[in-house]
Design a protein around this ligand. Structure first.
Ligand code: FRU
Length: 505
């Protein structure tokens, strides 16, 4: 692949060429190698002809493209989304002499001349650590006559495997159990929860630590994530999640609250990596696009590829003031990609930074802003902290920032980027900062981390309580950062900006 195009992310994964959608089969092996598979059409820049592409990484930022892992087994049968597990105890019997066997479980979607045929669940095994797979000779492992039954995600629970699978148009997640990944028994359904959209896709079930305000683990709960498409509140596709308990066969939500993983539009079908040690924070990444326009974005015509993955994120559950338990979605350790520190400044209330980063080869930046000691009784509608990225050549601008007046939301506005126009390509996103630390006292603190990477912008507000992911397609590279803080005197504003190293050779 050629990773030099002006729109090509430099610290995010994108396919060598062709069209990519959902992350699939993600696991981390005993040597600490992260495996990412993905829905892949290697022969075109639109969806269809689904294979499983494959890439590996030691740090979740530097990826090595690997040979395609799963090919369509016959004509008009495609390899749809699914997951993978490490079968260290050889429950499947595929791995008599090794403890690093990998089993992938995925949907095969059959198409007839005149329409969609059944979607069934199938497995393939790898004896070389996940690089090459053999189809099991007694597939499917879960048969069906439905054309809307897909995306198995498997986890281990005490003494058995558990799969969650979407009955897409019945708005149900089916839970199945198995001793060996080959024989599956229906256990329960999780039906009609949250936003229904037009269908449920790519369910995930994962155990996560619950942490107190100091970060200590005080409990554990399960997260059930469901991707809906189309029908997201902002249009197209989005992922929601539920917090609850799981007893090996049934998931019971704690409450009837629907929570979204992202306040913008470009984070879909995220999957949690299998193999993160029990008790640790989970790790996920999602598809940084939206079915509303994924097949139309200009990278296809201009550079021959479409779609990137989000940055990797760390997940745990914590209590947010007023809201109760939430899943934190915070950027994973960025130290492997940090280059030089371009700015490190602190100001009292009011301040400005203008940074020309046209000499940064990657075009990518990492930014941290921490504001402490905000006297909330002095905040007005004019209290803002704005960060923008512009192209002096084309006049295009991507804006973001805190608007501290009123209900103090954080916003992103991609409406000033004119390189891609589509009726569904929504411009503006915001989130109310209801969980901010210190919001109940007069002295408040606010923080954000952000990554901008040529055509993707991600913000993690308040330690990942609110995450916003947007793609944008400027006609000229953005090279000018402007930051303006207009906060009351006494507020301490600290800003750190790093250039990022290209992760692609
Ligand atoms: C979600 C999805 C899945 C399906 C895959 C096909 O984006 O529609 O339900 O398995 O994409 O590529």
């Amino acid at each position: 692949g050629n990773y030099t195009g002006d729109l090509r992310p430099q610290v995010h994964f994108s396919p060598p060429q062709g069209f990519m959608n959902d992350p699939n089969g993600m696991f981390v092996d005993a040597e600490g190698t992260w495996h990412l598979y993905y829905q892949y059409n290697p022969t075109s820049v639109v969806a269809g002809n689904q294979h499983w592409g494959h890439a590996t990484s030691k740090d979740l930022y530097h990826w090595v493209n690997q040979p395609i892992a799963l090919f369509p087994p016959e004509e008009r049968v495609y390899v749809f989304s699914g997951s993978a597990v490490l079968d260290v105890n050889n429950t499947s019997g595929f791995f008599p002499d090794q403890d690093n066997g990998v089993v992938a479980i995925f949907t095969l979607a059959r198409y007839y001349e005149n329409g969609a045929g059944p979607q069934t669940q199938n497995i393939a095994y790898s004896r070389d650590g996940g690089y090459s797979f053999e189809y099991y000779d007694a597939n499917p492992v879960i048969d069906s006559t439905s054309s809307q039954f897909r995306d198995p995600k498997v986890i281990w629970y005490e003494d058995h495997w558990v799969a969650v699978i979407a009955y897409a148009q019945e708005f149900a997640v089916g839970l199945f159990t198995s001793p060996d990944l080959k024989t599956w028994t229906f256990a329960s359904n999780f039906t009609r929860h949250g936003l229904l959209g037009a269908q449920y896709e790519c369910p995930n079930l994962v155990k996560m630590p619950v942490r107190d305000a100091d970060g200590a683990v005080i409990d554990e709960k399960y997260v059930m994530a469901v991707s809906i498409q189309p029908g997201a509140p902002l249009g197209g596709s989005i992922t929601e999640y539920f917090l609850g308990d799981f007893n090996g066969t049934h998931f019971t939500p704690l409450d009837s609250v629907t929570r979204l993983t992202d306040f913008a539009k470009d984070n879909y079908a995220a999957q949690f990596f299998y193999g993160v040690p029990d008790g640790q924070n989970q790790v996920n990444l999602g598809w940084a696009s939206n079915w509303q326009y994924a097949q139309k974005v200009p990278t296809g015509n201009l550079e021959g590829w479409r779609s990137a993955m989000t940055a990797p994120r760390v997940n745990y559950i914590t209590e947010a003031p007023r809201i109760g338990l939430v899943m934190v979605d915070e950027i994973y350790d960025v130290s492997p990609i940090l280059d030089s520190k371009l700015k490190s400044e602190t100001c009292d209330g009011e301040g400005r930074i203008a940074l020309d980063y046209s000499s940064v080869e990657s075009g990518a930046l990492y930014i941290e802003v921490n504001v402490t000691n905000i006297n909330t009784t002095l905040l007005t509608d004019y209290s803002t902290l704005n960060i923008s990225f512009a192209s002096p050549a084309s006049g295009e601008i991507l804006q973001s920032g805190f608007y501290f007046g009123g209900d103090t939301p954080f916003f992103i506005n991609r409406g000033g980027i004119k390189g891609f126009d589509n009726v569904f390509f929504t411009d503006k996103f915001s989130t109310a900062d209801v969980y901010s630390s210190g919001s109940s006292s007069t002295l408040a603190s606010w923080s954000m981390k952000a990554v901008i990477d040529r055509s993707i912008f991600e913000v993690f507000v308040d330690r990942g309580f609110h995450t916003g992911t947007v793609v944008f397609y400027p006609s000229q590279p953005l090279t000018a950062l402007n930051l303006a803080s207009r906060l009351p005197a006494g507020a301490s504003v600290s800003v750190d900006i790093w250039s990022l190293k290209r992760s692609w050779a």
